[in-house]
Design a protein around this ligand. Structure first.
Ligand code: GLU
Length: 547
């Protein structure tokens, strides 16, 4: 067979050579050890936690080493593409703070290794397709769907491996005449790889997460170009990661089964193989067993979920770091205020079997992260979230930023900051009572007579002075307690509750209910200071009137 002639026949329009492409996309000029890596998601419209895990791993490896991270859009599967998905992808990754040095952006492509959207690279793939054909390493296949289905049926009946290989590879060694006849008839064809591998052979391979693997050679003549001339993932991966000078491929381990083929393909193309970092799936506990997080069953797989709940980006980031590197938590405890990027990330510490995602832990991490933020920062993030997800609350917050910040400053700073908020969604139940529209109707404990409650509230109104300091204020509450025959001695009360009609805690709760409409609130003295004299008095009067 004259492979040169076949290559010309199949790719009459390809004039560019691999050498020209090598020159157009030169080696990167980076320091020794710099990692060049990428995110290469498909625009399906669904961006998930797995993308973020992969993204952060790539980002850390690239930027920690002084290397490059780029974004490549893998849009070869037109059937799966959803309109607007590329924008969703770019915006979501941006929201989570993944900084790309080059690649696809909202404003088009940025960088000299583009285009960074695969469908725009068809002519580049064809240069290498032609080269493979000219060397006898790839060939056209005109099999119909029916023929492939019949082949599969036969293989299943014979209990053989399924796929296009060996004696089943019908078009592997067909004559030029046969090929020409099909082309003349205008029949569609795909380009297949001519595998020289055998499943009898195994070899060793080192993956940065999975460790040493024993790999069986690939014997299947996989498709390189589909009938529309668009490459499969495998072929595009080899060509793109070579020409974009990727040093490390970080991707999900669902690609491990086709890794033997990828290795073969890099060899056949004469490309240096990159290092591979195959990340295990995210798991969760379901009853007593572990299973993969699923798009269908687990809303928490989608990144939009975290945004809508109002997890700060830094909390999600922090949690994912604990998930990826088990020593991150200890490091964070020892360095509470150091930027996360100072942590020395290692892909080798990833769990090869996949990480266990624990929602309760994420909530806990988020509470800690928010408790360490400044009131200013909390206000900015909360207001932004509320504007999108709870506009009425958003309006209230932004109509008086200083007031909102005063509220959000309660219990901040110091060694033991309050941890009331895990997500921005928690903010309204926590602080809504500061806004008159959200003030609930107080439900006083029925064990106390209404008259007694009214008496306590009136007594408080009689002595309340907004200028009091916290101690004076509390002394007044204690005095009321004693005057109505309740006790301020909590120890004595605990020892013999029946001996007292009530305590200072009951008195405080009555006042708290009147002022906040709820049983729990931040420090009541501070609450009154923020509400101010008129509103505090008005609320207590309203509570009295409601009784
Ligand atoms: N487009 C592939 C995916 O979304 C990319 C895998 C890779 O990073 O190579 O799974």
């Amino acid at each position: 067979m004259d492979y040169q002639a076949l290559a010309k026949l199949l790719f009459p329009d390809v004039t560019e050579t691999p050498e020209e492409l090598e020159a157009r996309f030169p080696q990167r000029n980076l320091p020794e050890g710099a990692v060049v890596t990428r995110m290469a998601p498909s625009p399906t419209g669904f961006v998930h936690l797995g993308n973020l895990v992969q993204g952060l791993t790539s980002e850390r490896m690239a930027h920690q080493s002084g290397g490059v991270l780029f974004l490549r859009v893998e849009d070869t599967d037109a059937k799966r593409e959803v309109p607007g998905a590329v924008e969703v992808l770019i915006n979501t990754l941006k929201h989570y703070g993944i900084q790309f040095d080059e690649g696809a952006t909202m404003e088009g492509d940025n960088g000299i290794y583009g285009p960074y959207r695969q469908r725009q690279r068809a002519s580049i793939y064809h240069v290498y397709a032609k080269k493979l054909v000219s060397e006898g390493k790839a060939y056209p296949c005109f099999c119909t769907e029916e023929e492939l289905a019949a082949m599969r049926e036969q293989q299943e009946a014979n209990k053989e491996n399924t796929g296009y290989y060996g004696k089943y590879a019908m078009w592997r060694d067909r004559s030029m005449e046969d090929i020409q006849a099909q082309l003349d008839a205008g029949n569609p064809w795909v380009l297949r790889f001519r595998s020289t591998g055998s499943i009898e052979n195994q070899f060793k391979f080192d993956d940065l997460v999975k460790g040493k693997l024993t790999i069986t050679e690939n014997d299947i003549d996989h498709v390189l170009l589909k009938s529309d001339g668009i490459p499969t993932y495998h072929f595009a991966h080899a060509v793109d990661d070579h020409l974009m000078r990727t040093t490390h491929v970080v991707r999900g381990d669902e690609w491990l089964p086709t890794l033997p083929f990828h290795i073969q393909l890099f060899q056949a193309l004469g490309f240096k193989l990159p290092k591979y970092v195959h990340i295990g799936p995210l798991m969760k506990m379901d009853g007593n067993s572990k299973r993969k997080l699923s798009k269908r069953k687990d809303p928490e797989l989608a990144l939009t979920y975290y945004k809508a709940e109002g997890f700060p980006v830094s909390a999600v980031y922090e949690y994912i770091m604990t998930l990826l590197n088990s020593n991150y938590e200890d490091w964070r405890r020892a360095n509470p205020d150091t930027p996360a990027v100072d942590f020395k990330f290692s892909p080798k510490k990833l769990n090869p079997a996949g990480s266990l995602f624990d929602y309760a832990k994420l909530v806990d991490v988020s509470k800690n992260v928010i408790s360490r933020m400044s009131a200013e920062d909390v206000y900015a993030q909360l207001a932004q979230w509320a504007r999108e997800f709870d506009p009425d609350f958003g309006d209230k917050l932004t109509s008086d930023p200083e007031y909102a910040k005063k509220i959000l400053a309660i219990g901040r700073g110091g060694k033991k900051p309050r941890k009331d908020l895990a997500v921005w969604k928690d903010a309204k139940p926590y602080m809504g009572f500061f806004y008159d529209d959200y003030l609930g109707r107080p439900q006083f404990d029925e064990k106390f007579d209404k008259a007694l409650v009214i008496d306590v509230l009136n007594r408080f109104l009689g002595v309340f002075d907004i200028a009091d300091d916290a101690n004076t204020w509390f002394d007044k509450v204690k005095a009321i307690t004693n005057d109505i025959g309740f006790t301020t001695d909590m120890k004595a009360y605990k020892a013999d509750p029946a001996a007292f009609p009530g305590t200072v805690a009951d008195v405080s709760t009555m006042i708290r209910l009147a002022v906040t409409g709820q049983h729990n609130s931040p420090d009541l003295y501070t609450v009154m200071q923020i509400l101010g004299k008129e509103r505090t008095v008005a609320r207590i009067q309203k509570a009295i009137a409601s009784l």
